[in-house]
Design a protein around this ligand. Structure first.
Ligand SMILES: Nc1nc2c(ncn2[C@@H]2O[C@H](COP(=O)(O)OP(=O)(O)OP(=O)(O)O)[C@@H](O)[C@H]2O)c(=O)[nH]1
Ligand SMILES: [Mg+2]
Length: 235
C-alpha cells in the first residue's frame, strides 16, 4: 500500500477509536449492554438476532441496529419482533463504523434500554478493524461455510468475545467436521468460549441467552462496584 493510503487509513481508524470510546462511555452511563454480531454473509446473524429479541423482549427492554450495504430487509425482519429497530444502510462501505452507530442512535433514550444489539454488515474482514463501543462482540460461523474459517480470518476471531456455531441442525447434512473446526479455532484463540446453536430448531438458544445475560450481569456488577460507579438495575 502506498504511504499516503496507509496514512489516510490510520487516521480513519484513529478517528473511529476515539468515537468508539465516546460511545462506550455513553453506553456505560446509560446502563445499556451492547452486543454486536459479525459473520460472513448469510451465516445467520439476523435469524439468531430475531429469535434473541423475541425471547428477551418480555423480560428486558431491547432494541437493535442493523447494518447492510443496500437493503432494509434485515431491519424489516427484526422489526417483526415488535422491538425498536433501526437500519443503517452503508452504501459501498463493507462494515459499520462508530460514527454510523452514533448517528443511528440520535434521538434514542439509551437509558430506557437494557440491551442493544448491533448486526454488522456480513463480512469477516473489514468489521474486525472497527470498534463500535460494544461490550460484547460475537462472531458467528455456520456449519456450511467450512471448518477452516477461523484460520483464514484470524483478526475477527482475535477481537471476539464469543464464537457461535450456527445452523447446527445442518451439521450432519453438511458433513461438518466438529473436531477440525475446534482445532482451527483453538489455533487462533484457545481461550475463546464457543456455543453451538440452531435458530431453526431452538437448540442452544437457552445456553446462548444465559451466557449473554450472565456477561451483562457481571458487567453491571463491575460498574456498580467500581469507584464512582452507580447502582444499576440488574438483569
Ligand atoms: N437450517 C438453518 N438455516 C438457518 C439458520 N439460521 C439461519 N438460517 C438460514 O440462513 C439464511 C441466512 O440467514 P440470515 O439470518 O439472513 O443470515 P445473515 O448472517 O443475517 O445474512 P447477511 O445479513 O446477509 O449477512 C436464511 O435462509 C436463514 O433462514 C439455522 O439455524 N438453521
Ligand atoms: Mg442479516
Amino acid at each position: 500500500m502506498a504511504p499516503r493510503i496507509v496514512e489516510v487509513r490510520q487516521n480513519v481508524l484513529k478517528k473511529n477509536d476515539i468515537l468508539a470510546r465516546e460511545l462506550r462511555e455513553r453506553f456505560r452511563q446509560a446502563g445499556v449492554y451492547v452486543v454486536s454480531l459479525v459473520s460472513s454473509p448469510g451465516a445467520g446473524k439476523t435469524t439468531l438476532l430475531r429469535d434473541t429479541l423475541a425471547r428477551l423482549r418480555d423480560r428486558f427492554r431491547v432494541a437493535a441496529l442493523v447494518g447492510d450495504l443496500a437493503t432494509d430487509n434485515d431491519g424489516r425482519r427484526l422489526g417483526e419482533t415488535g422491538v425498536p429497530v433501526r437500519q443503517i444502510t452503508t452504501g459501498t462501505v463493507c462494515h459499520l463504523e462508530a460514527e454510523m452507530v452514533g448517528r443511528a442512535l440520535e434521538g434514542w433514550d439509551l437509558s430506557a434500554l437494557d440491551f442493544l444489539f448491533i448486526e454488522n454488515v456480513g463480512n469477516l474482514v473489514c468489521p474486525a478493524s472497527y470498534d463500535l463501543g460494544e461490550n460484547l462482540r460475537v462472531v458467528l460461523f455456520s456449519v456450511t461455510e467450512g471448518e477452516d474459517k477461523p484460520l483464514k480470518y484470524p483478526t475477527i476471531v482475535l477481537g471476539a468475545d464469543l464464537a457461535v456455531v450456527t445452523k447446527i441442525d445442518l451439521a450432519e447434512a453438511a458433513g461438518f467436521d466438529r473436531e477440525a473446526f475446534y482445532a482451527a479455532l483453538g489455533r487462533v484463540r484457545p481461550d475463546l468460549p464457543v456455543l453451538e446453536v440452531s435458530a431453526r430448531t431452538g437448540t442452544g438458544m437457552s445456553a446462548w441467552l444465559s451466557w449473554m445475560e450472565e456477561q451483562a450481569r457481571a458487567a453491571r456488577a463491575a460498574v456498580a462496584g467500581a469507584p464512582g460507579g452507580r447502582e444499576r438495575r440488574g438483569c
